[in-house]
Design a protein around this ligand. Structure first.
Ligand SMILES: [Mg+2]
Length: 216
């Protein structure tokens, strides 16, 4: 069994699931941020995704563009700090080129969203690959999605998530060059970037949602 697309309501349910799992990841993200920063990333992300969950549950959207934009603007106003702006920017960037008439989430749309989100994040955060940021998880994920654009969504998400995970691992050897962690310089070596971890987790929870829909 494979899943090649999700309808608007299924995509909303996917992001409700992702929100719940990101809230559950609070202490993991707190620990990760304490190692390289002020430790607020877990609390910030949990607060943001709690607000997203509330906005999505019991609400029906007219278009995927509206749904994804809502996630972005909600994160922007509720997360606080640099990560709110960056993760909010990812989703609003991802929504930017979506057409009102696109009602199914498939690999073409997913790949386009990852690239547009990545572009927006790079512009906003002035971060490049190797700077020890979420870009180091997001860019390899976006490149993988483009490479396997012909795969069914359910299969592709497994491979895209794995690329993001490898990207997180690579951030351990990087020295932070942007954001608050920059002041810690070489002391950040050995620890992964919390934003990269969150990026991997969002993709991982999307993958979990879709693979659990598949009957064995
Ligand atoms: Mg922090």
């Amino acid at each position: 069994m494979k899943i090649s697309q999700l309808k608007l309501e299924e995509l909303r349910d996917m992001f409700i699931y992702v929100s719940k799992k990101m809230i559950e990841s609070k202490s993991l993200l707190t620990q990760a941020d304490k190692a390289v920063g002020d430790g607020d990333h877990g609390v910030n992300m949990a607060r943001g995704f709690e607000t997203v969950r509330q906005k999505l549950e019991g609400h029906s959207f007219t278009t995927i563009k509206e749904l994804v934009n809502t996630i972005g603007t909600t994160l922007m106003v509720s997360v606080g700090g640099a990560s709110g702006a960056i993760f909010g920017t990812f989703f609003t960037g991802a929504a930017k080129d979506l057409k009102e008439e696109q009602h199914n989430f498939n690999m073409n749309m997913f790949s386009q969203m990852l690239f547009n989100g990545l572009k927006a994040v790079k512009q906003r955060g002035k971060a490049n690959p190797g700077d020890k940021t979420m870009v180091d998880a997001l860019e390899p994920a976006a490149l993988k999605a483009k490479e396997i654009i012909s795969f069914p969504l359910s299969k592709a998400l497994i491979d895209v998530t794995e690329e993001a995970r490898k990207g997180v691992e690579k951030t351990k050897n990087m020295i932070a060059k942007v954001g608050k962690a920059k002041s810690l310089g070489k002391r950040t070596i050995g620890y992964p970037d919390p934003g990269a971890i969150s990026t991997h987790l969002i993709l991982k929870y999307m993958m979990e949602f879709i693979t659990r829909k598949i009957p064995n």
